[in-house]
Design a protein around this ligand. Structure first.
Ligand SMILES: [Zn+2]
Ligand SMILES: [Zn+2]
Length: 271
């Protein structure tokens, strides 16, 4: 089964209507597409430019459900969300999500102590290496806390801090290991997000070393493209499946109604 669960429409920072992603998904032969627009419950309840407004959640859900009803039986449309973990609002976020009919929730960290880690390379430019190291370390602390919150189904683009080619100068493997242990303990999965190949870091999220850490801990995986435009759907999938096979993964997971299902990882070099 081939699917894309990390997709941004005009409800957040994507270019196109949900129906246009569905059309493209059908053209390239996906079995499922999941829409996962950005939702960030900010501490002061302000709306961020790249997210749906905080009070738009029900309108968004209706719009995905309507598109799903019109899609026909040959393509399953899942209702997802990419929600940010912020320690200040995690409890309220859990309440917001618990009563709504999502198929899955992607847990992501884009903001660390008010610093936007993947918005612009210029945001990193004035920082000293010591300050960068601190943000990257804190990022992994947030990932650990995100897993411990048990609000989310799988982790979005782990190691996003490398997007602009910025890396720590110190060993942060203890923080990464603690985050992966927490993910394993929470029952979350981790996505291989192919979008990293198209940014300065030129590497999928997360790195092969972190994916190996997932395999050792039996953390399940899935492949996503983080599409912000229909043309991104399925981007890098063949390379992603090959990489996961080379690291020893045999299965991928999919979701329906917040339940997880495992099936064989597609193998582009077989049949
Ligand atoms: Zn994201
Ligand atoms: Zn995304």
């Amino acid at each position: 089964m081939i699917f894309s669960y990390h997709v941004h429409s005009k409800w957040s920072d994507g270019t196109s209507e949900i129906t246009e992603y569905i059309k493209k998904a059908r053209e390239i032969g996906l079995d499922e597409i999941g829409i996962s627009d950005h939702y960030v419950l900010t501490p002061d309840r302000s709306n961020l430019s790249w997210c749906m407004p905080i009070d738009a959640l029900d309108g968004y859900i209706e719009s995905v459900q309507q598109a799903s009803g019109e899609a026909g039986s040959d393509l399953i449309v899942r209702l997802g969300l990419e929600a940010d973990y912020l320690p200040e609002t995690a409890g309220d976020l859990a309440d917001e999500l618990s009563m709504r009919p999502f198929d899955y929730i992607i847990g992501s960290v884009h903001i660390v102590d008010g610093f936007s880690i993947d918005d612009k390379a210029e945001d990193w430019a004035p920082l000293s290496q010591k300050e960068r190291d601190q943000i990257i370390r804190e990022y992994w602390v947030r990932i650990r806390q995100m897993a411990q919150s048990r609000i989310f189904d799988f982790a979005g683009h782990l190691d996003l801090t490398k997007k602009f080619g910025i890396y720590p100068s110190v060993d942060i493997s203890p923080e990464i290991d603690a985050a992966l242990d927490a993910i394993a303990g929470s029952g979350m999965a981790v996505e291989l997000n192919t979008a990293g190949w198209y940014y300065a870091c030129r590497e999928q999220y997360p790195s092969s070393g972190i994916l190996e850490g997932c395999r050792k801990r039996r953390i399940p995986v899935l492949v996503n493209d983080d599409a912000h435009t229909p043309e991104n759907l399925g981007r890098g999938y063949i390379e992603a499946y090959r990489l996961l096979h080379s690291l020893g993964f045999k299965e991928q997971v999919s979701y329906a109604g917040r339940m997880r299902y495992a099936d064989p990882l597609p193998n582009p070099d077989e049949g």
